[in-house]
Ligand binder design. Structure first.
Ligand SMILES: *Cc1c(COP(=O)(O)O)cnc(C)c1O
Length: 373
């Protein structure tokens, strides 16, 4: 059996190595390293994949969130609703823009934003809601959009973890996650579902005016070179990363199937163990398993140690909810968001990537089953 890894980027690269290497060399030969034709064609392909009229690539997923908030034209002090059970980037950009973070708790099953908590948190100062599609499946967007539309609040989807998942509406129609709100962002960090070999991100919208604004902001607030209409930023995807993403976008749906197969193996092998819950799948989203995350009652850290001793890596995403981080001393402290706090002490993510072998999966499942015997 090969060594088990949390994420096997090297193994995935080996399978596409000739194509990737030759594309990278083509970029080097072309001399178009920034804003070249490859970046434009990737943006077109990604927009088409998601179903949005516009895709604007940028430097990373955190920049994408910040630029999206800037483009929405919020004023300092405006309130932005999001969850404390997410990666810091989601809240960080709100704070950096001098906006007010308003946290709402998540659901224990899906780990995603709780709708009645959002409803209770809306005030006349709420100017944006950022649902985070955590671990590979969507927030309940149909309910969220109803709520947001009733108050005229734009919804910004943080889709860094669920690019490629599908949203399933109650009327039977479907679209890609990231194509439901007014605007969405994603990340091409190497371990994400569509990862490059460096940093990258993108912003999606079907609103022409908003798209024009975003294109200006990412380019130093400029439409015409050396003329600056607003204070913007410099955030770009480079051509080498675009060439790699172009190759991997064609394989994204196959990669997702590989992840779903591994998840199904875990689901079957780990069903019915007392003290352990496998991931809850919602009725309104497919799951692309950015993470396969268990909740473990009481013995989470012991399970982590026992698996580690057998050469099985596991990770805790996330050990401290954002309202308990030192960076956020004024968000209510312990007891404010009980579900997020409880999850932080119970969640454990298993190895999840496109290269997991059957013998590895069997060994992981068997080791967990034996732990609970
Ligand atoms: C990864 C991630 C980001 C940030 O993406 P970077 O490319 O690392 O800047 C933002 N939000 C969530 C939920 C993420 O998982």
């Amino acid at each position: 059996m090969r060594d088990i890894q949390m994420v096997d980027l090297r193994g995935q690269y080996e399978k596409i190595k000739p194509e990737v290497n030759s594309e990278i060399l083509n970029v080097l030969d072309s001399g178009a390293y920034i804003n070249g034709p490859l970046v434009k064609s990737l943006a077109n392909d990604l927009g088409e994949y998601i179903g949005s009229s516009h895709c604007i690539p940028c430097g990373n997923g955190t920049d994408a969130l910040q630029i999206a908030l800037m483009a929405l034209g919020l004023e300092p002090g405006d309130e932005v609703i999001t969850v404390p059970f997410t990666f810091i980037a989601t809240a960080e950009v709100i704070s950096l823009l001098n906006l007010k973070t308003v946290f709402v708790d998540v659901e224990p099953g899906t780990y995603n934003m709780k709708m009645d908590a959002v409803e209770a948190a809306i005030t006349e100062k709420t100017k944006c809601i950022i649902p985070v599609h955590l671990f590979g499946q969507a927030v309940n967007m149909e309910s969220l959009m109803k709520l947001a539309d009733a108050h005229g609040i734009p919804v910004l989807e943080d889709n860094a973890q669920s690019l490629g998942a599908e949203y399933l509406f109650t009327d039977g129609t479907r679209t890609k996650v990231g194509n439901v709100g007014k605007i969405s962002t994603t990340s091409f960090y190497p371990s994400k579902s569509l990862g490059c070999y460096g940093d990258g991100g993108a912003i999606f919208t079907s609103d022409d005016e908003l798209a024009a604004n975003i294109r200006m902001i990412v380019n130093h607030g400029s439409k015409e070179k050396y003329y600056h209409e607003v204070v913007g930023v410099n955030s770009r995807l480079d051509s080498i990363q675009a060439s790699i993403l172009g190759i991997k976008l064609k394989k994204l749906d196959e990669y997702i199937v590989e992840r779903q197969k591994a998840a199904a193996f875990y689901d079957n092998g780990l069903a019915g163990i007392a003290g352990l819950q496998t991931p809850t799948k919602s009725s309104y989203s497919t799951h692309i398993y950015h993470q396969y995350t268990l909740t473990v009652d009481d013995k989470r850290d012991e399970l982590h140690e026992a698996l580690s001793a057998k050469g099985i890596p596991t990770m805790v995403y996330y050990p401290v909810p954002l309202h308990l981080q030192k960076a956020y001393p004024n968000e209510g402290g312990a007891g404010s968001f009980p579900v997020s706090e409880s999850l932080a002490s119970k969640v454990l993510s298993l190895p999840m990537h496109t290269e997991l072998q059957e013998d590895q999966l069997e060994f992981i499942v068997e080791s967990i089953v034996n732990f609970f015997k």
